[in-house]
Design a protein around this ligand. Structure first.
Ligand code: FPP
Length: 246
């Protein structure tokens, strides 16, 4: 029995989020430039999409570029943006044939024009697809997102559109970039780092966290199946006791 067959099809996370980490260290180990690590990281993106399609996961969110990543050397930032444009363009037909839609979360206005244009075209082209949604977090940070939500909600209160007593979890969720996307049940970080790094801080409230030593370019379908198998072994209590949820 392979790892996919061992997975309980009745307990598949609807939404998996991944912090793809370790491209730079992987490249260094190979005696290569960091950008080479990012380019091989695209292969791990393909593997993850295939695994999600095989399991029937509905949303796969990838932390692709954070608001803090602009502080990297210019060559690396430009290289990641070019890689993104190239990859979206190269993979468009394949994504379409797999009925995969594309969603971007983050400050798209701050992205280079070429990148924004490519993303907009791809979103439009894939807009009828609903088997899997690939959610790319680009120029994203959770504090930026939460700050915007607070600004919008306070404006609505100031303008008398809502009363502050009407501020609920649901109302806040609806002001986030992930509006209409269920919270991730499982978040994975590769490369042995145990941090959340400003990713989906509101949405992760009850997510199961899974950390693996595997560097992102080495991440294979099999690694995602292992993560889901591990997820299925967890008891998700949402603040209740074990006895209550049996
Ligand atoms: C983190 O590794 C990786 C990134 C910040 C970039 C991820 C981008 C890609 C995989 C390329 C394109 C992606 C898509 C979705 C088409 P790191 O550089 O922080 O590694 P390190 O911690 O070892 O230095």
């Amino acid at each position: 029995m392979n790892s996919l067959e061992k997975i309980d099809k009745n307990n598949i996370p609807q939404h998996i989020a991944i912090i793809m980490d370790g491209n730079g260290r992987w490249a260094k180990k190979q005696g290569q430039e960091r950008l080479y690590g990012h380019s091989i990281g695209v292969e791990a993106v393909r593997e993850s999409i295939n695994a999600c399609l095989s399991m029937g996961v509905k949303y796969l969110t990838l932390y692709t570029f954070s608001t803090e990543n602009w502080n990297r050397p210019k060559d690396e930032v430009d290289g990641i943006m070019n890689l993104l444009v190239q990859t979206i363009s190269n993979e468009l037909e394949l994504l379409n044939s797999h009925q995969t839609g594309l969603i971007v979360i983050g400050d798209e206005e701050g992205l280079p024009d070429s990148c924004r244009d490519e993303l907009n075209e791809a979103k439009e082209y894939l807009s009828k697809n609903n088997k899997l949604y690939l959610v790319l977090a680009l120029n994203y940070s959770a504090r930026w997102e939460i700050k915007n939500a607070i600004k919008n909600i306070s404006e609505q209160v100031k303008d008398g559109k809502i009363n502050s007593k009407e501020i609920t979890d649901e109302l806040i969720s609806n002001e986030l970039c992930t509006k209409n996307i269920p919270d991730p049940e499982l978040i994975i970080r590769t490369s042995g780092e145990h941090r959340i790094s400003n990713f989906l801080l509101w949405q992760l409230a009850y997510s199961e966290l899974y950390f693996t030593e595997v560097l992102w370019p080495d991440f294979k379908e099999e690694d995602l199946y292992l993560a889901v198998t591990n997820f299925q072994s967890r008891e998700r209590r949402f603040g209740q006791t074990s006895e209550q949820i049996i």
